[in-house]
Ligand binder design. Structure first.
Ligand code: J2J
Length: 533
């Protein structure tokens, strides 16, 4: 599997310092399964799954895959909801050396096709209840792409041949020992929030991901008593690795799955299963704060992580009072760098900053537009490299040239202020993206799709402030058809198969778009116009 490796000198340094330990990522599960086979790894609805059972299910899938001829060098496209099978599949694929792209459950044909076109999966795993897999149309369309038809396994499949649960539950009659990819090779692909026309994939190696998980688990002081509520989409880098479910498995704790962050259902799960820790995005915290009957109503909850988007200080201050737990701010990215406020940081720092990097080996530069370091306390562009920050998007040489500098620093597109202790505050963004309550929408992707409508001549997508989600999206379009309506445009986008969270929340028609000096749509002027609407 080709990817951009770390330069040899840095790789040697990360090994010498013990950040990279040359073990497969499967170790986060197998070590605990050996140590505490009967401890609960997962609670999913009425099901409790022990470490032994999780490991066993993963191994069965790995053996099945190996027997089907899949192994290192192969990839899988996976789309599952927040259910135990997600982790069984993930560890099964890792054991068998098959690198997955884990699509979000809200993704539709456009996103899955964009991923599949890049990785050319030999395996597709989906859910029969999802609109894409309810019929065979999507799978049939993929099979026509001129490549060997991928293997297909489905949750709740109608036929035994595609039955994912059967593979996870039955021992293989003639098992062959599966072989993971080498620790310095790709373990899985993460999804980029993106700012370009096509969704970008982030190759993550065993070594780098494993380190970020172990170090995150330490920072968050996870242990066998941790009960972690996973209410955000399970594949997201945050809920998977910061420290997420993988951190919990590494520490021998238990992951309690929720379908989504809806407060009443989550509160019931927290109370019933004595959940100690949860991870949320700011918009969900706002709902939890409103719904919490009193600070005593969730006595087991010790730590609430908040990240993924800007968290207003006023809300941050309410977390300990209203939810009766400690707050931790998390500023991370699927590309690598993750910052945490620490559990023993002073309250003011926790309320007002998004924390500092995981590792002493994370190198962070805060730079002016012309690449000069800015002084502490001043806003600048975040650039970083380190033992778990990737070195290039998958098969995107041109884009990589624009987001990495000559020293291998990755520019995340965030504007940050650093204090003298290295704590970061996120104060803005230069990337062309909308952060809709933690769900990222790449403006260019939606603009290209709007332009595919025959009546649309120009399109520009900008963020508009929103009291709950932080930001919503607004599309400005220039059309040759005066009767073209917003519902028609939304239908057009849905027909192209995009996830619903990417649909513009507002659509405005203009006679022409204001332009910058270089002739690009002037998004600052558009945002100003919105402020007066
Ligand atoms: C402001 N903006 C933030 C924060 C992320 C842990 C936590 C989050 C993510 C994530 C992640 C922010 N305040 N606290 O992968 O492991 C915005 C920034 C950043 C982008 C990354 C993790 N936390 N952001 O959100 O890849 O703009 O990862 O560059 O989805 O979200 O988005 P994503």
């Amino acid at each position: 599997m080709e990817f951009t490796p770390w330069p040899a000198a840095r790789a040697a340094h990360y090994r010498a310092q013990g950040y990279w330990i040359d073990q497969p990522l499967t170790a986060v599960l197998s070590d605990t399964a050996q140590r505490a086979p009967h401890a609960d790894a997962l609670i999913c609805g009425e099901r409790r799954i022990s470490y032994h059972q999780l490991q066993q299910a993963a191994t069965r899938l790995a053996q099945w895959l190996t027997a089907e001829g899949l192994g290192p060098g192969d990839t899988a496209l996976v789309q599952l909801p927040n259910v135990a099978e997600f982790y069984m599949v993930l560890f099964g694929l890792l054991q068998a050396g098959v690198a997955p792209v884990n699509a979000l459950y809200s993704h539709r044909a456009f996103e899955l096709n964009a991923f599949a076109d890049q990785i050319r999966p030999r395996l597709i795993i989906g859910d029969r209840h999802h609109e894409l897999f309810r019929t065979d149309d999507f799978l049939r369309a993929r099979a026509r792409q001129g490549e060997p038809a991928p293997c297909v396994l489905l949750l709740d499949a109608a036929d035994a041949h595609h039955d994912l649960q059967r593979v996870l539950q039955q021992d293989h009659p003639a098992p062959v020992t599966p072989q993971p990819t080498a620790p310095d090779q790709v373990a899985l692909f993460q999804l980029s929030g993106g700012s370009t026309g096509t969704p970008k994939l982030i190759p993550r190696t065993h070594n780098d991901y494993h380190y970020s998980v172990r170090a995150s688990a330490d920072i968050c002081r996870l242990g066998p008593d941790t009960r972690y509520l996973c209410a955000l989409p399970a594949p997201h880098n945050y809920s998977l690795s910061s420290p997420g479910a993988l951190g919990v498995f590494h520490a021998g704790g238990c992951v309690v799955l929720a379908a989504n962050p809806e407060p009443q259902r989550c509160f019931a799960l927290i109370q019933r299963h004595r959940v100690t820790m949860a991870a949320l995005v700011p918009s969900a915290v706002a709902l939890w704060l409103d719904a919490a009957p009193s600070a005593q109503s969730l006595p087991s909850l010790q730590l609430l992580q908040v990240g993924g988007a800007s968290f207003a200080e006023a809300l941050a201050r309410q977390v300990p009072e209203r939810l009766g737990c400690r707050l931790q701010q998390v500023f991370g990215m699927a590309e690598g760098l993750v910052n945490y406020t620490r559990l023993d940081d002073p309250d003011e720092l926790v309320f007002r900053s998004q924390g500092r990097p995981i590792s002493a080996a994370d190198e962070v530069r805060v730079l002016s537009a012309d690449g000069e370091p800015v002084a502490d306390g001043e806003a600048g562009l975040l650039a970083t490299r380190g033992p778990y920050t990737f070195c290039g998007y998958y098969r995107s040489p041109e884009h990589n040239r624009s987001v990495f500098d000559a020293d291998g620093f990755y520019f995340s597109g965030d504007l940050v202020v650093r204090d003298s202790d290295g704590n970061l505050r996120v104060v803005g963004r230069v990337k062309d993206q909308i952060n809709r309550g933690g769900e990222k929408v790449a403006s260019e992707e939606i603009e290209h799709l709007l332009l595919r409508h025959p009546d649309v001549l120009q399109a520009a997508l900008v963020a508009v402030p929103d009291p709950l989600l932080g930001e919503k999206s607004c599309a400005f379009i220039v059309s040759r058809n005066p009767r073209l309506s917003a519902p028609q445009l939304r239908r057009h986008l849905l027909q192209l198969g995009i996830a619903e969270y990417k649909l513009p929340d507002r659509i405005h028609r203009l006679d022409q778009l204001p332009l910058t000096a270089v002739g690009k749509p002037d998004k600052n002027r558009l945002r100003e116009q919105l402020a007066h609407c």
